[in-house]
Design a protein around this ligand. Structure first.
Ligand SMILES: Nc1ncnc2c1ncn2[C@@H]1O[C@H](COP(=O)(O)OP(=O)(O)OP(=O)(O)O)[C@@H](O)[C@H]1O
Ligand SMILES: [Mg+2]
Length: 252
């Protein structure tokens, strides 16, 4: 009996030590991520200035290299920003916005920013909406992050010449935003898991990413009283596509 009690106590101490280490590790990751932001922005700016010819004329081959580097730096910065945003939400520091957020404008902005990427893949991208003005009490940048991440995934996991539809639907006091694609799809047994931190589907390892995007989307949507979900592919074969959608309560 005493031996059992001793083992149980040892287990509790071990668990508490592990928890402390985990918190310390998370804090370190966030601190390093935060400190990476400034030099990354500086590198991005220097590259842009070099492309604009501020440091003198550059041969075309150098310009091309700088353009590629700019793209990689943007990816890295977006990863850093996502991590920092997740850290704020995890710490329960959620800002509320009482200003009306124009959902239509945000959808259009995301599509405009991603256009060079989806045009390069010849994807047919459509925006369908049955409503124009929707008021949401959410920080504009956070709503944009969610829509941007869902579109970014759809573009990444849909082969060239496929199709993507971004839809906005008003149902009574809720708005439903969906991103449907004709890509590789998600298996039913993996669908729920993908919203966890660092989760990636088994067939997605080749694509760039950290597995943080959907987790961040879930944290943002749930913190605002909404739900985010994924409809897995219908059949076992790839190519039937996926729909990711979220619902948020509307004020007006
Ligand atoms: N539209 C989609 N089609 C197929 N699989 C998807 C789609 N969206 C997400 N997934 C799967 O869900 C995983 C998690 O997505 P998530 O956005 O969290 O991470 P990521 O895109 O891999 O990386 P990150 O967003 O951090 O750059 C992806 O790696 C992929 O396996
Ligand atoms: Mg992603």
């Amino acid at each position: 009996m005493k031996a059992r009690l001793r083992s149980a106590k040892r287990l509790v101490t071990l668990q508490s030590n592990l928890l402390d280490r985990n918190i310390l590790l998370e804090e370190m990751v966030y601190a390093v991520t935060h400190d990476m932001r400034t030099p990354l922005i500086a590198m991005e700016m220097t590259g842009k200035q070099a492309q604009e010819g501020i440091y003198g004329d550059l041969p075309e081959s150098y310009r091309k290299i700088l353009k590629t580097t700019e793209g990689s730096l943007k990816d890295l910065l977006s990863m850093v920003d996502n991590l920092l945003r997740v850290a704020r939400y995890e710490a329960g520091k959620i800002e509320r916005n009482t200003e009306p957020v124009d959902l239509h404008k945000i959808c259009q902005e995301c599509l405009d920013e991603l256009r060079p990427i989806y045009e390069k893949k010849s994807l047919n991208v459509k925006l369908l909406q049955d409503t124009l003005e929707v008021k949401l009490t959410i920080v504009r940048q956070d709503l944009k992050r969610v829509i941007f991440n869902l579109l970014d995934n759809a573009i990444k996991f849909t082969p060239a010449r496929g199709s993507i539809t971004l839809s906005v639907q008003r149902v009574q006091d809720k708005v439903i935003v969906g991103v449907q694609d004709s890509g590789r799809g998600v298996r039913a047994e993996e669908a729920k898991e993908l919203f966890n931190r660092f989760a990636r589907a088994s067939g997605a390892r080749h694509a760039p990413g950290t597995g943080l995007g959907l987790y961040m989307c879930r944290r943002i949507i749930e913190a605002h009283g909404g739900i985010i979900d994924c409809i897995p592919r219908k059949s076992e074969g790839e190519g039937t596509g996926t729909t990711f959608s979220f619902m948020l309560p509307v004020q007006n």
